[in-house]
Design a protein around this ligand. Structure first.
Ligand code: BGP
Length: 478
């Protein structure tokens, strides 16, 4: 279906950009902040690329005014950032750290003073270490009440100023990396524990949304989900079935629960067979259904292409965290599906397939299945960038990536998908959890690397100016 004429972006479309507390703030032990699980995890040898940490990150905690000034210069309409739970509640629950609340209040006020809408993520992976120590974090049902208490505190403090709220960022990623791949904290590899923790995260998400409504907070709330739409490698029926398995297992398994409060039947049956199904207690389904989001937040980076995988086939594989193209290992779920290279798509140096049409497909699938507006809360290109002798960064590859993805959004809008906005990942360069500082995403280059914090000076990349023009034209220049 090719549109001859594209519909324009809505007049109030939020052209934005995003970050997460641990990846930008630094000041990990300042301002009364308690440690989060990431503060400890990065100190375990071999866990991150070249042992990088977010101790200093890009020092946004101290440089936020400078960063907001750059956002204002670009004409950004929205800035998505996350609140570090342990800056507000150093112990996870109990005593409130007013200094932490004040930092975010200052940031929000600074944004509003420049007509930039703050989009607040409540949780971007940094659960307080105190809760991990006390009861195993997401593995205990106690986390539902504690997360709701934290969310309520933040809602009450910032209601009226913040109109779009994100509950959990990429639950599918922090749960699978934390409890299956062991590449994120708490570094566990145990499917039974993973599905239990995941169920608690679902309940915490629903409970926070329910509280949001009960408090009468004006605005909209939803989770941000890392969705990579699945394709079959070809039309061989067993490969098409593998792609369906992947879509149900990797996507519907989360989004159906957010929207409908129920797990997809086939996946749940499979989990029961393995002995891994979470315990669904009386009242759980009711709570999940009461916590249906107002929008689906979509973090889109790539699609996945799938093929048949026999019962004794390939399992978990290593990711490319070095930027050496072609080092991603083959992976899948035996008996369900495996991933295969898509012959039609180019890859980044970290082996992420570049697929703007996949974004249109993903938007269409979400809109048709769930009938809610979509807010793209992340999309971007992680690449090596070079600061020239003239202090410029010629990231035409990033402009090309973002332009094609923005066009795919416009096509989806023309298809009838209701869109709230587009937050690119990321505004400044920042720490990539497992890939250090060399995998850059920003419109603004930050001069530091793994070995040396240097002066953390900010430099506008070519993409900065491109996005500025795009925002000014409300996307009419794509
Ligand atoms: C998403 C996360 C972000 C960010 C991004 C890029 O999964 O929500 O926090 O890191 O991916 O990923 P990476 O840094 O691994 O390249």
């Amino acid at each position: 279906m090719e549109h001859k004429r594209l519909s324009p972006f809505p007049a109030d479309f939020l052209w934005g950009s995003a970050s997460a507390a641990y990846q930008v703030e630094g000041a990990w032990d300042q301002g009364g902040k308690g440690p989060s699980v990431w503060d400890n995890f990065v100190r375990i040898p071999g866990k991150t690329f070249k042992e990088t940490t977010g101790d200093v990150a890009v020092d946004h905690y101290h440089k936020y005014k400078e960063d907001v000034a750059l956002m204002a210069e670009q004409g950004l309409k929205a800035y998505r950032f996350s609140i570090a739970w342990s800056r507000i509640l150093p112990e996870g629950s109990g005593a409130v750290n007013e200094e932490g609340l004040r930092f975010y209040e200052n940031l929000i006020d600074e944004l509003l003073a420049h007509q930039i809408e703050p989009v607040v993520t409540l949780y971007h992976w940094d659960i307080p270490q105190a809760l991990q120590d006390q009861y195993g974090g997401w593995e205990s049902r106690q986390v539902i009440a504690d997360f709701t208490n934290y969310a309520t505190l933040v809602f009450n403090r910032f209601k009226g100023k913040v109109k779009h709220w994100v509950t959990l960022n990429e639950q599918n990623v922090f749960i699978s990396h934390g409890y299956m791949l062991a590449t994120h904290p708490p570094g566990v590899s145990d499917p039974k524990r993973m599905y239990a923790a995941n169920h608690h995260a679902n309940l915490a998400n629903a409970s926070a949304i329910k509280a949001f409504r009960e408090l009468g907070v004006p605005g909209k709330i939803g989770p941000s989900f890392a969705y990579g739409p699945n394709y079959a490698i070809d039309s061989k029926p067993e490969n098409v079935l593998a792609a369906l398995n992947a879509e149900e297992y990797n996507a519907n398994f989360w989004m159906d629960v957010y929207m409908w409060g129920e797990y997809p039947k086939a996946v749940f049956t499979w989990l029961e067979e393995q002995g891994w199904a979470p315990d669904i207690l009386p009242g759980d389904t009711e709570l999940l259904k009461q916590g249906a989001p107002d929008f689906m937040g979509l973090n889109y980076y790539q699609t996945a292409t799938n093929a048949f995988n026999p019962i004794d086939g390939v399992g978990l594989g290593k990711m490319n965290t070095t930027g050496e193209k072609g080092t991603t290992e083959e992976q899948g779920i035996p008996g369900l599906f495996k991933n295969a290279a898509n012959p039609y798509l180019e890859k980044t140096n970290w082996d992420w397939e570049i697929d703007p049409t996949g974004l249109r497909i993903g938007l269409r699938r979400i809109a048709s299945r769930y009938r809610v507006p979509v807010f793209i809360t992340e999309n971007g290109l992680g690449e090596y960038d070079k600061l020239t002798a003239e202090s410029e960064i010629h990231d035409d590859y990033r402009i090309d990536y973002l332009r094609r993805h923005a066009l795919a959004i416009q096509e989806a809008i023309s298809d009838g998908v209701e869109m709230i906005g587009y937050c690119t990942w990321s505004f400044t360069d920042l720490l990539s959890w497992l890939n250090g500082y060399q995998k850059r995403y920003g419109f603004v280059f930050v001069d530091r690397d793994e070995a040396d914090e240097k002066d953390l000076k900010r430099y506008k990349k070519d993409s900065f100016y491109w996005y500025k023009k795009t925002i000014a034209a409300n996307g009419a220049n794509l």
